[in-house]
Ligand binder design. Sequence first.
Ligand SMILES: [Zn+2]
Length: 190
Amino acid sequence: MSKPSKRPHNDPRFVLHQQQPRANKLGAQQRRICQADPAFRKALEARVNDPRRFAAFLAGMPSYVRLSAPCDRCGGFRRRTRDRACYTCHLNRGRENFERMKAGLAPKVKQSRDGYLDMLDRQRREKNDEFIIKEFGRISVRWFPTGRLEVIYPDGYVEPDLSKVSGQRVWELMEMLPELKDALIWAGWY
Ligand SMILES: [Zn+2]
């Protein structure tokens, strides 16, 4: 006697992938399966309601624009491809993470309710050369109080602000330098 289950059923076609097409979290593993198995891609596409989100996912873009539903918190239109979270709020959380990490080094906890003044303070600190530097394999990144992420590549090239680089390009760079993904996870981007 089997109880009716509320979990989505598992399609036996995809058992070998050890992954079912689920739209709640779109990640690199599902993208790899999509590239290898058109049936999986079709099944996943049917579950992802927004075609722009699915296109961004296939192209490896971290965000896409959804004009019909601005964020309740910030009014932004850009969504994170992975889970549809607001991209601006997501980047802001990365900045808060910076504060938390920084707290261990300079325990000056500042509960600013005024976001604008807080940003001015971060900009001032950035001008004072305050940052966290960290090595990831062949690359080195510097994370600034404003959330700016500077990347120094193995050939010495310096990318001063990774947020200015297109999502497609960031994806290509991650394919060449997998450690860049670790850096982005560390900085709260991913
Ligand atoms: Zn938002």
